[in-house]
Each structure stands twice: as structure tokens, then as C-alpha cells.
Unconditional design. Structure first.
Length: 348
């Protein structure tokens, strides 16, 4: 029997039908996951925080439910009758200046989710982690076997995701599957997270950046992988979702002509990028403005490692889209949202 409820089932669940809840449904990955579930004939129950933007979810005509990660009672109510929960709302600190605070929030909220799922009788939680938890292999690309034995000390984002993943994998009251996506690209990146450097390039700016390995993946492929994990009779406990290992500076240089932009300035050294990001985040803390370069992005790039996601291809039958197809969809959506300008037309 499928772990997913049939499309059109009432929010409370019909007799004998199971219910699927998506936490983080209004985010970049969450919206693409909702679309993937709808495409599979499933109307998920979508968790939201009280002040979160839900216009995109309302357009999809999906049932909404309050599900604040700091409210255990709300979480238990949101999960009532659920068989499967997708947790795509793990704590994502805006700045990387306070590791202790990030760990406190992230671990508390994750434990709230797991406690609520256990109390509600949820069968399976598909928890979205990050490829930042992958450790370097002694030779060649890393795969699911390569995990840091202890907190890696590579920055707030890496340490937080490692600690949260440990809690998820230590859960014994219910089945928890950990999915580790790479740098997601594609439509519905409303907060311009992973896509920020590409959007800056498309606006013919010169974004400061380090160089290093980026594990790029189409967000729609990640969403499909999550759906298949939820349906798999015996899924891998932890799985990497990544399509390509790319050098960031080379990628920006290759994409500049696509947007009619000049080639980017040379990449910053790791030390230069860290200093700039730290200064920008301190400025952001005072001003409230977005940093020109975030420490999270710097850490992900300078500590990036090649990955082998063959398990996702064999176990989930994923066929990752080529980068050009991903960029085309991302560009079309970003132009529609006016995040990037329309292409310039040269008079004939």
C-alpha cells in the first residue's frame, strides 16, 4: 500500500487512507516537493508557520495546517492521522555568527518534530539534511559511507547540519530516512538562496566569490527523489541527491555570456572570502540588510568535495536533468518573477 494519500482526500483523511504532511511546504524545496506529490496524484497536508507566506501554496489548492516547530502541541495536531512526514523545514540560520544559538534552535526543533511524529504514530519521516554532512574520501568522490565521525568544525552551517543529522539517524521510535541534497537550482527559489550568485551575475553585477566544488542538482529532481524515498518499501537510511560536481568560478565564467555579463573577477582565496563574509554578516546583523557574501556559501564552496550519488540512481531510479535544462527553467521562472532581467535583444 502506498504511504501517500490519494489526491482529493479530505484534510482529515478518509477511512483507511493515509495522510502525508510536508513541513516547510512554502520554501524552495517544499514548493517543488508539493508539486511532485501533486503530480503523483497526492494532495499533501502542508505545514505553515503563523506568519509565513502561503500565496504559492494557496494557488496550488492544498490544505494548510499550523505547524510551528517550536510548538509541540501544534506539531502533534498537524501530524494527526499521518503515515508519512516530510521534514524540509530544518533550521537554516540567516547568519553564521552564533553556532551555539543555531545548535540550540536546530536541535530543539528537530526533537520537537520527532517527538510529535512518534506521539502521532507516524510511520516514516523523510528528513532533508545536506551534502555538507559528507566527509572527504581518502581517494575519489565521497558517497553515503563517508560521514564525519565528529562535528567537522567547518563553520556554523556544516556543524549544525551534522549535529541535526546525528539526532535524526539516532531516532528509534519510528523510521527516519535522511536525504542529503546538494546545491539546489531551479524554479521557486523565492528567497534567492542557492541561486543568489547566478541572479547577481544575470543582473550584470560582479558577485564576490571563492572557488571550490559545488554539488549542483535540479530542485525538481530532489523533490522526486524525496517522493520515491517515501514510497520505497526498504529505502536507504541515508542518501545523497546530487547531479554534478562543478567548480564555482569556472561555472560563473561559463555562464557570463549566457546573461550578457562580463566575466566575473578572479575568485577570492578561501581566507579572503571568509574575512569578507564575516565582515558582511556583522554588518548585516547591525543593518538588517542581506550580506553581499554569506559565510554559509563560502564554507560550502571552500570545503566542497566531489560526490558520487550513484545510490540515488540505482535505488530510486533517478535520472538527473542536465544543467542546461535546470538553468533554462530557473531563468524562465526568475525572469517571470523579475529577479533577473529579460535577455537583451540586439537590433538586426
Amino acid at each position: 500500500m502506498s504511504a501517500l494519500a490519494p489526491r482529493g482526500a479530505p484534510p482529515g483523511g478518509a477511512s483507511g487512507a493515509s495522510i502525508t504532511l510536508v513541513l516547510g511546504a512554502g520554501g524552495f524545496l517544499g514548493l517543488n516537493l508539493v508539486d511532485a506529490l501533486l503530480a503523483h496524484g497526492v494532495t499533501p497536508r502542508c505545514g505553515r508557520r503563523k506568519r509565513s507566506a502561503v500565496l504559492a501554496l494557496r494557488e496550488r489548492k492544498v490544505p494548510l495546517v499550523q505547524a510551528d516547530l517550536d510548538d509541540p502541541d501544534q506539531l502533534r495536531a498537524a501530524m494527526a492521522g499521518c503515515r508519512t512526514v516530510f521534514h524540509a523545514a530544518g533550521h537554516y540560520p540567516r547568519l553564521s555568527l552564533d553556532l551555539a544559538a543555531a545548535l540550540d534552535t536546530g536541535l530543539r526543533q528537530l526533537r520537537n518534530v520527532l517527538d510529535a511524529a512518534a506521539a502521532a504514530g507516524v510511520r516514516r519521516v523523510v528528513y532533508v539534511s545536506s551534502t555538507a554532512t559528507a566527509a572527504p574520501a581518502s581517494a575519489g568522490p565521497s558517497d553515503e559511507r563517508h560521514v564525519h565521525a565528529q562535528m567537522p568544525g567547518l563553520g556554523t552551517y556544516h556543524d549544525l547540519k551534522w549535529a541535526m543529522e546525528r539526532v535524526a539517524l539516532d531516532e528509534t521510535r519510528l523510521e527516519v530516512i535522511v536525504a542529503c541534497p546538494g546545491a539546489c537550482l531551479g524554479p521557486w527559489d523565492l528567497r534567492a538562496g542557492t541561486s543568489a550568485l547566478l541572479y547577481a551575475l544575470a543582473r550584470r553585477l560582479d558577485p564576490p566569490h571563492p572557488d571550490g566544488v559545488v554539488n549542483a542538482v535540479d530542485v525538481r529532481d530532489v523533490a522526486l527523489g524525496l517522493v520515491r524515498l517515501s514510497q520505497h518499501p526498504a529505502p536507504p537510511r541515508r542518501i545523497l541527491l546530487s547531479a554534478a560536481n562543478l567548480g564555482l568560478h569556472g561555472l560563473l565564467c561559463a555562464l557570463a555570456p549566457r546573461y550578457g555579463a562580463p566575466p566575473p573577477s578572479p575568485a577570492l582565496s578561501a581566507a579572503e572570502a571568509i574575512r569578507l563574509a564575516d565582515a558582511e554578516e556583522r554588518r548585516s546583523l547591525e543593518s538588517g540588510r542581506r550580506p553581499a557574501l554569506s559565510r554559509e556559501i563560502v564554507d560550502l564552496v571552500v570545503h566542497g568535495i566531489p560526490l558520487d550519488a550513484a545510490l540515488s540512481r540505482s535505488a530510486l531510479d533517478l535520472r538527473y536533468r542536465p544543467l542546461e535544462e535546470t538553468l533554462a527553467a530557473s531563468d524562465e521562472w526568475a525572469r517571470r518573477m523579475r529577479f533577473i532581467p529579460q535577455p537583451q535583444v540586439t537590433p538586426s
